[in-house]
Design a protein around this ligand. Sequence first.
Ligand SMILES: Nc1ncnc2c1ncn2[C@@H]1O[C@H](COP(=O)(O)OP(=O)(O)OP(=O)(O)O)[C@@H](O)[C@H]1O
Ligand SMILES: [Mg+2]
Length: 913
Amino acid sequence: MLGIDAAAGAASLVGAAQAEARSQPGKDPGLSLVEHLLTERLGCSRPAPGLIAVGVLYLVGDNLDAKNFLLDIEDVSDLSGLTQRLAVHAPEPRDAARAGAFVRFLLDAYGAATLQDFARALRPGAPVGQVCLDTTGKSLAMIELQWSETLSHEPPMRGVLPFMRWTAGLLRPYRFHSTMLVVGILIQTLYAAFMPLWLHQLFDDGITPHNAGVIWRTLAYLIGGFLVTASAGLAIDFSVSALGPRAMGDVRRQVFDKLLLLSSRTLNRFKSGDIVSIFSTDMFIVENAVVRSVAGIVGKVFLMLGSIVTAVDLDWRMALATVSLLAIAFWAPRQVARFAVKAAYDRKVEDGKFAGFIKETAQLLPVIRTLDIGEHRRGLFNEQADTIYKTSYRQYLMGELTSRATVFCISAAQLGIIGLGAALSLTGTVSGGVVVAYIGLLLAIGGSAGGIASLLPTAIQAVGSWQRIESLLARPADAPDAERAAEPDLPLSRVAFQDVSFSYTGERLNLDDITLETQVPRRVALVGPSGSGKSTVINLLSRNYDALKGTILLNNTDIRDVDNRTLRALMAVVNQDTTLFEGSIRYNIGIGRLGATDAEIEQAARDAEIHDFITTLPNGYDTEVGEGGKLLSGGQRQRIVIARALLHDPQILLLDEATSALDAEAEAAINETLAKISSKRMMFSVTHRLNSCPDMDMICVFREGRLVEQGTHEELLALHGVYAGMWEKQADISIDSSGQDVDISVERLRKIPLFASVPQEDLEGIRHMLRVEEVPADTVLTVEGTTTGRFYILARGMVESSVLLGDGTSLTMEILEVGDFFGEFALLEGVPNPTTCRTRLPCMLLSLSRQDLRHVADLHRTADEQSELEKEIVATLDRRLDAKLEELIGRRLASKQRGAAPRATADAAGPSV
Ligand SMILES: Nc1ncnc2c1ncn2[C@@H]1O[C@H](COP(=O)(O)OP(=O)(O)OP(=O)(O)O)[C@@H](O)[C@H]1O
Ligand SMILES: [Mg+2]
C-alpha cells in the first residue's frame, strides 16, 4: 500500500522501532514501526504525521474495512482537530478508528499516490486544509463532506439478548400490563419450581411410607398450583396482547417522526421501498415477536432458572452438573444464531429492495411500455427474485439450525444428567425420590428449552427487522433547528448570497462561490443550461441543504440562525414534481395554510387558473385526486400546487420550472397572476423559457455551478455573453398569446447549420412549410435506428435524447431546450436516427418532413444536378453524422467502462442531435 520494498532494510526499520519502543515504554511498538516506515521510506516529516501513522496501523490490524466502522457524522467533521490530537497524544480508540477510516477513504477515493502525497505534505504545523487543497485539489470542507458520504449507517450486528433488552425498555411505560406479565411469569416459574419438590415429597414422604395425610396435602398443593398457574397463563395472554401493539405503536411513531426529520442527503440515498417495508414487514415481524416470542422466551428462561434453584435444593452435585451442561448447551447454538441474525437482516434488506423495485415498476409502467423494456425489467425481476430465494433459504436454514442445535444440546445435557443421577443412586449418594424429582425437573427444563428453541426463529427474524428499524433511526436528521433561533426582521427587504459554495457529494462543487444581492420586492430569474445549479440555489434558499461555505442572509440574519418553522413559513416552493397527496382537491390546496377558509382556498385556485376547471367536476373541490394525483393531468396538478403556494402567501416565492407542465395559454395567465402577487414580495423563478425574463428585475445566469452573469435583460443583452446567446436562440421563435401558433424568423432558420447557406427564398419556403405540433410529456418523437420521423425545432418544453445500451438500459445523451433542433436525419433517405428523442415536458414543436423538403429540394438527384440547398444539406448531415457517431461510440465506451452506472445525463445541452 505504501510502496515499500518489504525486503530492503526491513530489519533496520524493525530494529529502529524496537529501540524506540524500549526508550518510550508506553508507546505502541507497531506505531513506532509505521512511523519509521513513513519517515524513512516515504520521506514524511519527522515526527511522522500521527493521523496517517495511526490510520495505517489501524488498517493493518484487523480493520481493513474501516469505512464500515460505525462513525457518526460528528466523527468526520473535524479533521483538523483529529490531526492535531493525533500529532501529540497517544490515540484514543475512537480517534484511531477515525484515522483508519480517513486513510481508507483517501485510499479508495484518491489512490495510493495521493495518500503518499498527503502524508508527505502533512508536516508539523501545516494546516490540514492547505494539505487537502495541495494534494487533492479540494477544500477541507469538500474532503470532509466526501468522507462523510462514504459513512455507513448500518449498526453493528446484535443478537437476541440486546433485542430482548430493547423490548423490555419498550414495555416499561405500560406498568399495569407489564406488572401483570411479570407476576404471571413468576407464578408459572414458582409452580414449575415447586412441582418437583412436591413430587419428591409425594414419593418419599407420602407414597413410600403410605402416609395418606401427606399424599392428600401434596395433591391439594399440586391441584391448587395448577389452577393458579392456569390463571397466570391467561393474565400473560391478556398482557402480551395489549403490550405488543402498544409498544410497537410507540416505535412506529418514533420511526415516523424520524422519517419527517430525515435530511435530504439521507433521503437521496434511502430507497422509498425500504422505508415502506420497514413500516409494513419489519414492524409486523417485531410486533409478532414481542407478542409471541419475547414473553415466551423470558417465561421459559425463568422456568429454567427456577428449576435450577430446585435442583440445588435437591442435590448440589447434580445441580452443579446441570448448570455446567446447560451453560454449554446454550453457548453452542449462540454461535449458529449469529449467522442466523445476519441472514435475517440480509433477507430484510433484499425485501426492501424488492418492494422498491415493484413500486417503481408499477409507477413507471407507461414508460416501460413506451420504451418496450418489459423483457429487460423481467430479467431484473428474475435476478431480484433469485437473490430473495437465496437470502430466504439462508435465513430459514440458519433459524431452524439454531433451534435444532438448541434442542440437540439440551437433550444431550438431559441424558448426561440422568446418567449422572442413575450412577449416583447406584452408589446410594442420592435417593430414588431425588432421581424421580430430577426427572420431573429435567422434563420441565427440556420443555422450556424446547419452547425456547421453537420461539427462537421468530425472535431471530425479528432481530434482523429490529436492526433495520434501528438503522433508520441512526440516520442523520435534517438541518437541526438553530440554537439561538433568530427572527429575521419582517417584512423582508433583502436576500443575499455571500461567497456561497455547495456540493452534494463532495466530489465536485455544484455551486461555486455565488454572490448575489437582491432587494425586496424583487423578481429574480435563474436561467442556464440543464445541470448548471439553478435548482440547487432553490434547495439552499429553502434550506433543504446547507451551504458548504459562505452565508445566505435574509435581511441581515444568517439563514442557519432562523428557526426552521419560521423559515418555512416565510417561503413557498413550487417545483416540477407535482405529486399530490391522496385526498380531495380542497385538501391538496388547503395544506398550503392549515386552517384556511373555503373562500381563501377558492381565491387561491382562481389565482392559479384552476377554479373554473374544478367547478366543472361533479364533486367540485371535494373531488378525489387519486394516489399521487394521478386522476388529474400534469398541468392540473401543477396549478393545484401553485394554488397551494399562493394560499401560503409567502414572503419569498421559489418557483422551479413551476409552469413547465402547462400549455402556453395557461402559463401566460399564471405568469400574470405571479407578476401581480410578486409586486410586494420576493420571487426567485427558475425557467428555461426566457420570454418572461425582460419583465424580471434581475436575471442570474448559471453555468456549471457558477454565476456567470447577472443584471437586467437589457444589461445582459448588451454584454453579448451567455444570456444574449440563449436569448437569441429563443427570441426568434414566438408563440402567440393564445398559445396556439408559433412563428420562427428566417434569420433563426439560417442559424441552423443545416440551412446556413440556403438561398433566402428557399428558406422562406421552408418557414411556411413548418408545422406546429403540441405534444404531451413522455412522447417518443424519433426512435433510434429507424428512418421515419420528422425534423423538429423546439419552440417550448424540453426533449431528452438517449441511446439504448447493450444491457437494455438507456443512456441520456442530451437535454434539448427551446431553440434546439433534432431529427434532421429524417430528412435524408435511409439514414437511421442515431438517438431516441422523447419529450420530458409538454412541448410545442415546429416540424418538417422529408416530403415537405422535397418541395424545395429534390434530394434524389445526382451530385451534379443538386441545387446549392441540397448539396449543403447533404454535406452538413454527413459532417454531423460523422461527428455524432464518433461521440456516440465514445460515450457508449465510457458508459460500458463505468459499468454499474446505467444512466448518465450529459452535462450541458448541445444544439442538436
Ligand atoms: N441530489 C443530488 N445528488 C447529487 N448530485 C446532484 C443532486 N441534485 C443535483 N445534483 C447535481 O448538481 C448539479 C446541479 O443540479 P441542479 O439540479 O441544480 O441543476 P439545474 O440547473 O436545476 O438543472 P435542470 O435545468 O435540469 O433542472 C447537476 O450536475 C446535478 O447532477
Ligand atoms: Mg432544476
